[in-house]
Design a protein around this ligand. Structure first.
Ligand SMILES: [Zn+2]
Ligand SMILES: [Zn+2]
Length: 238
């Protein structure tokens, strides 16, 4: 497996192939191993909404404060901030990353997290939301753990792999309430936080119902972490 990865990495450096988003032949205009051209990277625009939900950061048309979704829900985290809306190019990038095994998109996606962390300055220990064990086993790697690893190595952020998932749990088609009851007890503490950890920033790919991150936050709160926030790459706009 490692040899195969090494060979494919060497081949991709020699023949960078084409951009995952626009299909244009990749030259040396972007960094090595980056499977997206510089033009497409520049065209990805974070959400710049004037009004956002105070809790989940969903872009709102008017200044309502809290979106209808969050008014009906109680989360164990303080708030979520999503960088993008989950559609078009960002949706395609996440699909390629998670389901087409493009692990080299990790550093590309980590850059967006790093920029958001620097801009918003939520200090705290970064904790990746663990993937479902069955998907992690099938894929051979855990998407958010890869991104968190890049944030620690390339950007110097404090990262702790505190959480793990038990098999089963949330299904995509379920409602928030169904997901929540399905997820109860499915997240466990893998490693205690360093002594004195006052704040955790959970890292997730897509904020959909908030059930998974809420379960993660619940586990951290139950061991005495005073404050848990969520930073996600994209928000699923209903
Ligand atoms: Zn492109
Ligand atoms: Zn909301």
């Amino acid at each position: 497996m490692a040899f195969r990865n090494w060979v494919s990495a060497a081949l991709e450096l020699l023949y960078p192939g084409s951009c995952l988003l626009c299909g244009r032949q990749l030259r040396f205009e972007s960094r090595p191993f980056c499977p997206v051209c510089a033009g497409c990277l520049r065209s990805l625009h974070p959400v710049r909404a004037t009004h956002r939900c105070r809790v989940c950061s969903l872009p709102l048309i008017s200044e309502q404060g809290i979106c209808t979704r969050c008014r009906r829900r109680l989360y164990a985290f303080e708030g979520n901030f999503s960088i993008f809306e989950y559609r078009d190019e960002v949706r395609e990038l996440l699909y390629q990353f998670k389901f087409r095994n493009r692990v080299r998109l990790g550093p590309v996606l980590a850059d967006f997290f790093a920029a958001a962390l620097k801009e918003r300055k939520p200090r705290g220990l970064l904790v990746p939301v663990p993937g479902n064990p069955a998907s992690v086993r099938a894929r051979g790697w855990d998407p958010m753990v890869v991104i968190a690893g890049v944030l620690a190595r390339n950007h110097g952020f404090p990262v702790g792999r505190l959480l793990a998932r038990r098999p089963g749990g949330a299904q995509k088609t379920l409602s928030y309430e169904e997901r929540r009851s399905n997820l109860a007890g499915k997240v466990r503490l893998r490693h205690p936080p360093p002594v004195g950890t006052a704040r955790v920033v959970l890292l997730d790919d897509v904020f959909t119902t908030g059930a998974t991150v809420s379960e993660c936050a619940h586990v951290l709160a139950s061991i005495g972490v005073p404050s848990v926030e969520v930073l996600s790459l994209a928000i699923d706009v209903p």
